[in-house]
Design a protein around this ligand. Structure first.
Ligand code: DC
Length: 221
């Protein structure tokens, strides 16, 4: 069973995908975490996020490991053996990850890793191009979205929980820019696969979205 969950930043993809995986007893992969880890590695090495060749060299030389936590179904991310699960959510990474993930050579490299993980069996994956590029053969494709204002509020809560203080309007503007960048980039832009089912999460809580997705999978919605 392969389930693809795509959508823009802050639509609730990782939370929903992880819970759906947990309910169905499947593995879960947060594909954005891979682009985030590469962005962090580039920033730490002083590599400009505009330099495609240098980014590819970073991607091929770092040891990037995603560990599935069987109990929580969450992912822990390791860069050269260091646990960077929290570091990859920092605002500096947010600011550069769209740019890093827009380069063709970077995407080809990371997508190949994701396809290899998909080949190993049943999984729930979330990202931007899972239903269109990484798992076009997925059994179910879900496209989650929500208003920019609601997504900004969600990101604000997440960042505050992790001790970062940011302005709501500034976050909304960053989300607008990221949406624009992710959906207009030349290589695998964010878009809904033709056979994906769209779910608007603006007015739904987490449990309601999980229930809706499970109903779609069971053919009840
Ligand atoms: O889901 P996220 O916010 O952690 O993703 C971070 C960035 O990575 C996002 O701005 C776009 C990019 N991304 C992508 O291009 N393709 C994916 N499958 C996942 C994420």
């Amino acid at each position: 069973m392969k389930i693809a969950i795509d959508g823009p930043a802050g639509a609730g993809k990782s939370t929903i995908a992880r819970l759906v995986a947990k309910r169905l007893g499947l593995r879960y992969l947060d594909t954005g975490a891979m682009y985030r880890a590469l962005t962090l590695a580039a920033l730490e090495r002083g590599v400009p996020c505009t330099d495609e060749e240098a980014l590819l060299r970073v991607a091929t030389s770092v040891d990037l490991e995603i560990v599935f936590d069987e109990e929580t179904k969450g992912n822990r991310v390791y860069l050269d053996g260091q646990d960077v699960t929290d570091l990859i959510r920092r605002p500096e990474v947010n600011a550069y990850v769209s740019l890093v993930s827009s380069h063709k050579k970077v995407r080809d490299f990371i997508v190949a890793l994701q396809k290899e993980i998909a080949r190993r069996g049943c999984i729930v994956m979330d990202g931007r191009d899972i239903g269109t590029v990484v798992m076009p053969d997925a059994d179910w494709k879900i496209f989650l979205h929500a208003s920019v204002e609601e997504r900004a509020r969600r990101r604000l809560r997440e960042l505050r929980r992790n001790g970062h203080d940011v302005d709501l309007q500034e976050l909304a503007e960053q989300i607008r820019q990221r949406d624009h960048f992710d959906s207009t980039r030349a290589i695998s832009p964010l878009r809904k696969a033709e056979d994906a089912v769209e779910v608007d999460t603006t007015h739904l809580n987490i449990e309601e979205v999980v229930a809706r997705v499970l109903a779609i999978i069971k053919g009840e919605a």
